[in-house]
Write a protein that binds this ligand. Sequence first.
Ligand SMILES: O=P(O)(O)OC[C@H]1O[C@](O)(COP(=O)(O)O)[C@@H](O)[C@@H]1O
Ligand SMILES: [Mg+2]
Ligand SMILES: [Mg+2]
Length: 339
Amino acid sequence: MSENRLTLGEYIIENQSHFEYSSGELSKLINSIRLAAKTVSHKVNKAGLVDIIGAVGDTNIQGEDQQRLDVFANDAFKKALINREIVCGIVSEEEVEFIAVEGKKKTNTNKYVVLMDPLDGSSNIDVNVSVGTIFSVFRRITPVGTPVQKEDFLQKGDMQVAAGYIIYGTSTMLVYSVGQGVNGFTLNPAIGTFYLSHPDIKIPYKGSIYSVNEGYYSHFPDGVKKYIKYCQEEKDDRPYTSRYIGSLVSDFHRNMINGGIYLYPTSSKYPEGKLRLLYECNPIAFLAEQAGGKATDGFKRILDLEPKELHQRAPIFCGSKNMIDKLVDFITSNTIANE
Ligand SMILES: O=P(O)(O)OC[C@H]1O[C@](O)(COP(=O)(O)O)[C@@H](O)[C@@H]1O
Ligand SMILES: [Mg+2]
Ligand SMILES: [Mg+2]
């Protein structure tokens, strides 16, 4: 029964003091995200009935057709964060430039910036397949009270103070970490309350699911191709099961619970990879490591990558440690063989 479980609000208060920089600001920030998550969840759950499906006719900086739900979610999260004057800056997949949040007092004394993918898995919105929202939080590095700068957003993923996602699936869940493990909260839509349903999530060391868009197989690097063949081989505990939803949040969530690997390599279509380092790869990598898994671009920890641009892309492989180690073996040995 949900009422015996800790609510998200109770959890935030109980754990606030454990947080190194605890001044209550991060708790308020997570609370703002909780609010926006409910607003979006409410809309998603009746996507076919309301004017929320289809494209708006504009393209975002990625050259992708903006979906109505992309815009709705972007507005909902921006409003929740800006109206509560809880951040000094925002980067969003749906905004070309970063947003400097001034706030009513004109001098913003907040110390956090948020980077977000308001609606992840946009290609699945109109076909009733689970989608998500991804967020990443950093302490600013420029002086508090001065206008936020681009460098406040271009920090290595390792400097994140919090990251998480919301998955709008069979249920709506908020899964996040402030650097002390990963916890999942499920929304009881009847009373609009998130309850702690998945405490201290750990990615199984050994996984048996691989998630990759095999449609691009022939365009992948040789090491990645060899790893996919390895997954399909009839040997030992293989072949592994292939599962690909096409929403990063949903594919990662399943693999985090059941054990598995998500791959979005470089390809001729996406020579840098498809997913965005700042608001897709970094937060997912932070959660993967906090849950005992790994995340790499094939050569380096995702969290060690030095960001240069707000919307830069990166290849990403994340999930169960044993599968990532095996993949990296294939990639590096192949690289050495080709030298
Ligand atoms: O259709 P593809 O090329 O397999 O890409 C699917 C990937 O692209 C994404 O949809 C990109 O995210 P957005 O929907 O936020 O743009 C991921 O969620 C997903 O994993
Ligand atoms: Mg996305
Ligand atoms: Mg998106």
